[in-house]
Design a protein around this ligand. Structure first.
Ligand SMILES: N[C@@H](CCC(=O)N[C@@H](CSC=O)C(=O)NCC(=O)O)C(=O)O
Length: 284
């Protein structure tokens, strides 16, 4: 057993397991939540959605206020809510800012010291965590996996999907950091975790990655018109759309601007049913 169950919460007819496990990629104990709908059993496996959260979050933010269990329970889809970084590695500066270090792993593997010690969220989310989950929870179907997320987690969802053709059957994002090489959050993270080589940054930037995408694409993206971070040009979703057009797959990106909505979980909860429906189309 690699996971410890430290709590179980009834939710929309299913159960939310609060789990921890020792992770070798991130060199620490990682916490996460796993929602299992009532349909899940070893003889009837259910598809799985990975939800990647944004800056400052843990696996609890969306589990508590994203309203995802509502539709996932109806559809019979499990949801994994991982943490957003390693914790407590005792790296100098780890807890100094909200947008770098703890709570800000950016879903990449750091190559620069001292962060390369354990800031390996790409390997954790794409390899170590799913491997551990699928080996322990026989009710999860590893052939039907989707990915979505918010803000930094929207960047994570888009890039993990685009870097791994076929691994994820569906993708969507709320207010993603869609062109991180060109915005202050992304510049700070890439410089700190990867270094100064901007060619390297491109390998982790959804707007760059989509240019090389081959085949069909069906992405749902919601951004609020009253999102302060959109106004501050941290998100740049239009750049992603332009890049997708260049790759002749623009019809596959459904970018919706939601009038009056901001960057918060009020927005995520409002449109969560649409996102689960979008994934269900591909996973069921
Ligand atoms: N503290 C920061 C803002 C932090 C913030 O808004 N975090 C967002 C994600 S932003 C992009 O990744 C979030 O989801 N917060 C948690 C929540 O429950 O709302 C500041 O002061 O600007």
């Amino acid at each position: 057993m690699s996971f410890k169950t430290i709590g179980t919460q009834a939710s929309f007819g299913g159960k939310l397991l609060k789990l921890t496990h020792e992770a070798s990629t991130t060199k620490c104990t990682m916490a996460l939540n796993l929602f299992l709908p009532s349909q899940a059993s070893a003889s009837k496996k259910v598809p799985v959605l990975f939800y990647l959260s944004g800056l400052t979050c843990t696996g609890d933010n969306c589990a508590e206020k994203g309203f995802a269990q509502h539709k996932a329970s109806e559809k019979g889809i499990a949801i994994v809510y991982p943490d957003t970084s390693p914790r407590g590695l005792k790296i100098e500066g780890e807890d100094e800012s909200y947008d770098f270090g703890s709570g800000a792993g950016f879903y990449i593997d750091a190559t620069k010291d001292p962060w390369s010690k354990g800031y390996k969220m790409y390997s954790y989310i794409t390899e170590e965590l799913p491997k551990a989950l699928f080996s322990e929870f026989k009710e999860l179907d590893e052939s039907r996996v989707g990915i979505f997320g918010h803000s930094m987690g929207g960047h994570g969802a888009l890039t993990l999907f685009l870097k791994n053709p076929g691994k994820y059957k569906s993708v969507s994002a709320f207010a993603p950091i869609a062109n991180p090489s060109q915005c202050p959050w992304g510049e700070k993270a890439f410089k700190g975790y990867i270094g100064d080589d901007k060619q390297e940054w491109k390998k982790h930037d959804a707007t760059e990655l989509v240019k090389g995408w081959k085949g069909p694409l069906d992405v749902l993206i919601d951004v609020g018109t009253n999102d302060n971070f959109y106004k501050q040009k941290q998100l740049l979703p239009e750049n992603f759309i332009e890049a997708a057009k260049g790759a002749a797959i623009d019809k596959g990106v459904n970018l919706r601007f939601q009038e009056g909505h901001d960057h918060s979980y009020y927005t995520i909860a409002t449109f969560m049913d649409d996102h689960i429906e979008h994934h269900a189309k591909h996973l069921l």
